[in-house]
Design a protein around this ligand. Structure first.
Ligand SMILES: C[S@@+](CC[C@H](N)C(=O)[O-])C[C@H]1O[C@@H](n2cnc3c(N)ncnc32)[C@H](O)[C@@H]1O
Length: 270
């Protein structure tokens, strides 16, 4: 409904309900148009109706154990170019005290790699599903000459062993949206334990605007979350700020780099 509101097909009522915008009735069809090209070209969209009617994903959820990295090993390489300019922007603004990093759901390792490249003493632990580490992460690290700075740990980032208070920075690069509220809270709590005293968390996300009417691309992505995940959604900046603060982080700063969405950098401790 937020997506439809973003293109003015429905409008939001004061009580937060929705109603059809004037003239929108002509768009109400029995069938979704095949030529509606604004959506990602993924086969799941053929079953959009099923996802909307059931409110459930129409495939094994991408964040769940059943997928085991199949979905992400194909998607993650495309994210490298997309996220790299913001990762470099963040790296240049990362305090000099950072020596050890943890990149959770690392994918191409785009977020930690930007810092590893400009700061060779940096040592990084990258965590992801075995298939992603084998097929994507290792190749990107080798191609960019930083493999010797990395340790790879395969597993579920909600469960894998993480050293306590060991990392000067933990990257959560485009993870929270697929996990949704509860799993994100758990992941941020784990992150807080893993961050060294006076260390940092960096959260990169697609961020929904407030109000969501002006948020077409995040709303499309939100719909993808409905189709691909169990509890996924696109958070607003206010919601992300609340999640990160609730986990105990302080001194939250939104850094706006060259990309579409700002990154959130926050500190453990005072
Ligand atoms: C959207 S991609 C983001 C990759 C990279 N951080 C970036 O920003 O480009 C999500 C990554 O998290 C990994 N991932 C998702 N759920 C996971 C889990 N429960 N345990 C470990 N890795 C997970 C996926 O395999 C994928 O590499």
């Amino acid at each position: 409904l937020r997506l439809l509101a973003s293109v003015d097909l429905v409008r939001m009522a004061k009580d937060s309900g929705f109603f059809l915008a004037p003239g929108a009735r002509r768009y109400v069809k029995k069938r979704w148009r095949d030529d509606w090209e604004a959506f990602p070209l993924i086969p799941e969209y053929a079953q959009l109706e099923l996802a909307v009617r059931s409110g459930r994903p129409i495939r094994p959820p991408v964040e769940g154990v059943d997928d085991d990295g199949d979905f992400f090993s194909t998607v993650v390489p495309a994210l490298f170019e997309l996220h790299r300019p913001d990762a470099q922007f963040l790296a240049q603004r990362t305090p000099d005290t950072v020596r050890r990093a943890l990149d959770l759901g690392a994918g191409s390792a785009v977020w930690s790699m930007a810092l590893a490249q400009i700061r060779p003493p940096l040592q990084v632990l990258a965590v992801d599903r075995p298939k992603v580490l084998d097929q994507v992460t290792s190749r990107y690290l080798a191609d960019h000459g930083v493999a010797s700075q990395y340790e790879l740990r395969a597993g579920n980032y909600h469960q894998v062993d993480l050293e306590s208070e060991a990392y000067d920075i933990v990257y959560l690069g485009h993870l929270l949206h697929a996990d949704g509220w509860e799993a994100s809270r758990r992941l941020l709590a784990r992150t807080y334990s893993a961050v060294a005293p006076d260390g940092y968390v960096a959260v990169a996300e697609i961020v929904a605007a407030e109000p969501p009417q002006f948020s077409y691309a995040p709303s499309v992505f939100d719909l993808s979350m409905l189709m691909l995940t169990e509890h996924g959604l696109v958070f607003t900046a206010r919601e992300l700020t609340a999640l990160v603060s609730e986990a105990g982080f302080r001194d939250l700063r939104w850094l706006r780099g060259p990309g579409d969405y700002p990154c959130l950098l926050a500190k453990k401790g005072g």
